[in-house]
Ligand binder design. Structure first.
Ligand code: C5J
Length: 227
């Protein structure tokens, strides 16, 4: 049985090609100065550090023809899918729907509401706009995964303890086998990232597995060579 060396124990890869890479919210709103993350007072440079590693993982998965899903947190222009509670929360001068330096904040189609150029989806990759933290809530993600018989997810992106962890928990409840790629996810708060990694793999993998990019790519190459 092919596997990825991971914690809390090796991650068994599916015998068929039922694995996808999911990249959560690598969008300008969270990654760049002038975006929502910055307006909320966060140090966005922390998130930038994973871009080369995530790009390497993305390229590796592309070369192995693994399906790629990108998510993008954003709301309809009339904010009909944004609860008032979400809009009111936060300590920035601007909130969701207001006009910021990169257009209306967290509104679909605005300049800030796009995947950073380094990781932009290629044709054939699936882009899932999402109104919530978890990528399954009110989206096409589950039906798109089911259409491809995907059972295993490599999870990456930002921020580790918010949208990435929410998505992993939603996936876990739906029966997906999830591995969080340790150096392809980041948080504005290093201690929250560390805690999330530990929470995911605690109790024998209560939410899933974690492993670094090098282990993931090594396991995937062996898996493909054997397949
Ligand atoms: C947040 C996210 N933090 N992608 N979104 O609101 O983690």
């Amino acid at each position: 049985m092919p596997y990825i060396i991971a914690q809390p124990y090796d991650y068994p890869l599916p015998t068929d090609s039922n694995l996808a890479l999911i990249i959560i919210d690598m969008q300008r709103d969270f990654m760049e100065l002038g975006g929502f993350g910055d307006i909320l007072g966060n140090d966005v440079s922390r998130l930038q550090t994973i871009v080369p590693t995530l790009k390497r993982l993305l390229n590796g998965c592309r070369a192995l023809q693994i399906p790629i899903f990108h998510t993008l947190e954003g709301h309809q222009a009339d904010l009909s899918d944004c609860p008032e509670s979400k809009r009111k929360r936060g300590k920035g001068e601007l909130t969701i729907g207001d006009v910021g330096p990169m257009g209306r904040i967290l509104v679909l189609g605005e300049p800030g509401n796009s995947i950073i150029p380094e990781l932009a989806p290629l044709s054939g990759e699936i882009l899932i706009p999402k109104p919530g933290k978890g990528a399954f809530y009110n989206t096409q993600l589950e039906s798109q995964l089911q259409a491809r018989n995907i059972t295993h997810l490599l999870t990456t992106g930002v921020t580790t303890e918010v949208c990435v962890q929410s998505t992993m928990r939603e996936a876990n409840d739906r029966g997906y086998e999830c591995l969080l790629v340790e150096d392809a996810t980041e948080s504005y708060f290093p201690e929250f990232k560390q805690s999330t990694l530990e929470m995911v793999r605690a109790q024998g993998g209560i939410v899933g597995w974690t492993a670094p990019t090098d282990s993931v790519l090594q396991g995937l190459r062996e898996w493909r060579d054997e397949g």
